[in-house]
Design a protein around this ligand. Structure first.
Ligand SMILES: Cc1cc2nc3c(=O)[nH]c(=O)nc-3n(C[C@H](O)[C@H](O)[C@H](O)COP(=O)(O)OP(=O)(O)OC[C@H]3O[C@@H](n4cnc5c(N)ncnc54)[C@H](O)[C@@H]3O)c2cc1C
Length: 498
């Protein structure tokens, strides 16, 4: 008897999974069938940036050198420095360079032509950066946001800047946020209403939505002197929140590399509790599905929202600091907090999508990403749970996956674009993350738009490998790593020892 109940249960689960998979394929097909033959602009090989990325994807050695060069370019003041670095980084690649670059390298070596090359290289890289950046300043940004609105797309604005090195710089960043909120508020209020963008299932939502990185708000973000950092940030974020409350804007805290995660989450918890913000502004936070501890983080956020009787926006992302959090932490001998297989991240993203949708009374889910499978999964689960599409939104990055976002708008979903504003120098880290993301072997966009992987493979469920790979580095002698103070348990032990 017990056996037959067990079998019935298993068959029931299999049936539910099959019917969900069918729905996912349907939703995915609806999106996929709307995609035009053209690639998103960043991959278009008729543009210099597309050509560069195409080459970077073919040649890993060229890709590494390209990143090194992009990293150093903004600080090169003089043309001769640019040509010197070009020669140092690329000359020995010789014949393996694409033709256009070979020509550039020859020109960089000529005494007369070298002066022409540096401004051309700089201009082209700026053009590439501006595919992702919505404008150099708020006025330029507003033009992009208005165009997006015309296409029935909402926005969240980000002022480029992170990992601030001085308190003066952090203070300027705070001021700019307050100013941009004041600058945009009246302008976006004057836009014609669009219920798709201005309302969710329970009423109006803010048109003005800003995203903030905590590492831009203080230079004292050392996990070892958390209090100093928290105090400096709290004062600055409170001022941004006050402006947002006055102007009816939503403020979202972005998540960055792992060592800032507990810090950002505890700051968010603190802001949720602040009496002066009890009635606003609306607040949002990010959960990174590539983190092994993200399920616990999400449960905690949901609990806080319930305790404080406030619906919060949770933007679910896979995470943009995978390379940093594996390479740097491995170098320091610290534990790796991210999954090591893409399928694990994808599967966790799906699991967390379901958790978000099941707790729709406490959270407004924002599914961020460009992967049709991950998006279709969220849409199908929402449908299965009887949740209207106005109760959640899909978020994408400016300059990426335009055909997919267009398809989603046509299908009647609320799409919000993450629109960074600022100059090239503070935007460099952002540009590098986007280039890493687009050229990664694992990238959905690359698989879809560059490699032409068939739809059936793109829409297949993620299957994580059965068991973790053993850590072979533990064999033999190993240096004792320095303490990882980003780990709360290490901090607690340290504090308790005084
Ligand atoms: C609106 C918006 C806001 C964002 N805000 C943030 C933010 O605040 N913080 C942040 O970190 N990111 C943020 N991102 C970036 C986001 O993390 C990436 O765009 C996203 O990971 C890309 O996922 P995808 O589903 O589009 O693509 P996919 O190609 O399906 O997934 C790529 C992702 O898979 C993961 N991955 C790749 N290789 C592996 C591997 N070997 N093992 C495990 N996982 C792997 C990485 O997270 C990688 O980015 C934001 C993105 C959007 C669209």
């Amino acid at each position: 008897m017990a056996g037959s109940i067990g079998r019935t249960k298993i068959i029931g689960v299999m049936h539910a999974e099959n019917s969900l998979e069918k729905k996912i394929v349907q939703r995915g097909k609806e999106i996929y069938s709307r995609l035009p033959d053209t690639s998103p602009s960043i991959f278009d090989p008729s543009w210099w940036s597309g050509h560069l990325l195409e080459w970077a994807m073919k040649d890993p050695d060229f890709k590494v050198r390209m990143f090194r060069f992009i990293d150093v370019l903004p600080v090169l003041q003089e043309s001769r420095q640019v040509t010197r670095f070009l020669r140092e980084y690329f000359t020995d690649l010789g014949e393996s360079l694409p033709e256009a670059f070979r020509w550039g390298m020859q020109a960089a070596s000529g005494p007369l032509t070298s002066r022409l090359v540096a401004p051309m290289v700089r201009k082209n890289l700026e053009l590439m950066a501006h595919r992702f950046i919505a404008g150099k300043n708020p006025a330029e940004g507003l033009r992009t946001l208005t165009k997006l609105r015309g296409k029935r797309i909402a926005f969240t604005l980000d002022l480029l800047g992170e990992a601030t090195l001085s308190e003066e710089e952090a203070e300027i960043y705070r001021q700019r946020y307050v100013e941009v909120i004041h600058f945009l508020a009246d302008k976006v209020d004057a836009w014609k209403p669009d219920p798709l963008l201005d309302e969710d299932h329970s009423g109006p939502i803010p048109r003005l939505n800003v995203s903030v990185k905590v590492s831009a708000l203080t230079s004292r973000l050392d996990p070892l002197c958390r209090e100093a950092g928290v105090d400096a940030i709290t004062a600055r974020i409170v001022s941004i929140l006050q402006a947002a409350r006055e102007k009816g804007a939503l403020v979202n805290l972005d998540l960055e590399q792992y060592d800032l995660k507990t810090f950002t989450l505890s700051l968010f918890g603190k802001l949720l509790k602040e009496e002066q913000f009890r009635d606003g502004p609306d607040l949002g936070i990010v959960v990174q599905a590539y983190l092994r501890d993200s399920p616990e983080d999400l449960s905690r956020l949901i609990r806080w929202a319930r305790e404080r009787k406030r619906r919060i926006t949770v933007r679910l992302v896979k995470g943009a600091y995978w390379d940093y959090d594996t390479v740097i932490r491995r170098q320091k001998g610290w534990s790796i907090p991210v999954f090591l297989h893409k399928e694990e991240t994808d599967a966790n993203y799906e699991a967390l999508s379901r958790v978000l949708l099941k707790n729709i009374d406490a959270v407004s889910p924002a599914f961020a990403g460009h992967n049709i499978r991950s998006i279709a999964h969220a849409l199908a689960v929402a449908e299965e749970l009887g949740i209207p599409s106005s109760a959640y939104e899909i978020q994408m990055l400016n300059g990426m996956a335009e055909p997919i976002r267009q398809a989603l708008v046509e299908l009647g979903y609320r799409v919000r674009v993450y629109a960074p504003i600022g100059e090239m120098l503070p935007g460099m880290a952002y540009l590098v993350r986007r280039l890493l993301e687009n050229t990664s072997n694992e990238s959905f966009l690359r698989k879809n738009f560059v490699e032409g992987v068939p739809f059936e493979d793109l829409i297949a469920p993620p299957v994580p490998p059965g068991k973790e790979e053993g850590d072979t580095s533990s064999a033999g002698f190993r240096n004792e790593p320095t303490a990882d103070f980003a780990d709360p348990s290490v901090r607690e032990t340290f504090e308790a020892s005084f």
